[in-house]
Design a protein around this ligand. Structure first.
Ligand code: UDP
Length: 249
């Protein structure tokens, strides 16, 4: 089910052109409707991968709500001449949604990250959002999907955070969408680590300068290769612009 918003296409991904508050209203509505739906939070790296890999593309395109996680997507949309209203960082979106849920008795399940991280994140979020009920947690290093899905389905959460890293989490949500007994899932990368405090967010000044992604690349050589996908994304966007394929609807 896709929501009724203006879409802005960046490479092969149709972003919902929404502010944070609009995204939260849509998130709440999606949770109120029966059936499983999911939200994706693509950054330039995912836009780039979706162009190269049909599995990633289909998984992302199957989402009910697509929000621009990082500033790179905002610049991409601007270059294409179809600007988005602004970035809607996935971790902030989910946290604000959980704050709203705390007032309405809805439940959440946290899936992903190393053992113990999801539980720690649940503890920290319960402090921040008094009233929030986290009905279950599972780490992201499991062998058998069936066992994890059975646990989620037994708890039947309104919200399921899927933090397995991208694009694994998008494929996981898409692949299991027919069997998951949750109302709304969100693919959120390393957000459980952030909520738990095992990985810190970039200092505010980096966030304000829109350089959070660069801070996260930092000294980790594993991330350097991934960071190179950002210029690759920009080249693709410029190529798209020059070929005149950009559009919104
Ligand atoms: N992760 C996981 N299972 C896996 C691979 C990764 O649970 O099989 C977790 C990992 O522990 C981390 C998150 O997924 O918490 C990925 O974080 P990263 O910052 O690399 O993801 P991004 O936000 O860049 O997609």
């Amino acid at each position: 089910m896709a929501v009724n918003t203006i879409k802005v296409r960046v490479l092969d991904i149709d972003f919902d052109n929404v502010t944070m508050d609009e995204a939260l209203d849509i998130g709440e509505k999606l949770m109120d409707e029966p059936g499983f739906k999911y939200v994706v939070t693509p950054n330039p790296e995912i836009c780039y991968l979706a162009r190269k890999d049909e599995g990633v593309r289909k998984a992302v395109q199957g989402a009910s709500l697509t929000i621009p996680d990082g500033i790179g997507v905002i610049y991409g949309a601007k270059i294409l001449g179809t600007p988005l209203k602004g970035k809607v960082p996935g971790a902030d979106f989910a946290e604000k949604l959980m704050a709203r849920m705390a007032n309405s008795g809805k439940t959440a399940y946290f899936l992903g990250a190393k053992p113990g991280v999801a539980e720690k994140a649940a503890e920290k979020l319960a402090e921040k959002c008094p009233g929030l009920t986290v009905v279950g947690c599972h780490d992201g290093y499991f062998k058998y999907d069936g066992e994890v899905i059975a646990d989620i389905n037994e708890k039947a959460p309104d919200l399921l955070l899927v933090c397995l890293g991208a694009p694994k989490q998008e494929k996981w949500m898409s692949e299991h969408s027919g069997v998951l007994n949750a109302r709304l899932a969100i693919g959120l990368g390393g957000s459980l680590d952030v909520y738990a405090g095992t990985v810190e967010r970039a200092p505010e000044v980096w966030q304000k300068l829109n350089l959070e992604w660069l801070y996260r690349v930092g000294p980790d050589p594993k991330r350097w290769g991934r960071a190179l996908r950002l210029p690759a994304f920009i080249f693709q966007v410029i190529g798209e612009k020059l070929s005149g394929k950009a559009h919104s609807n």
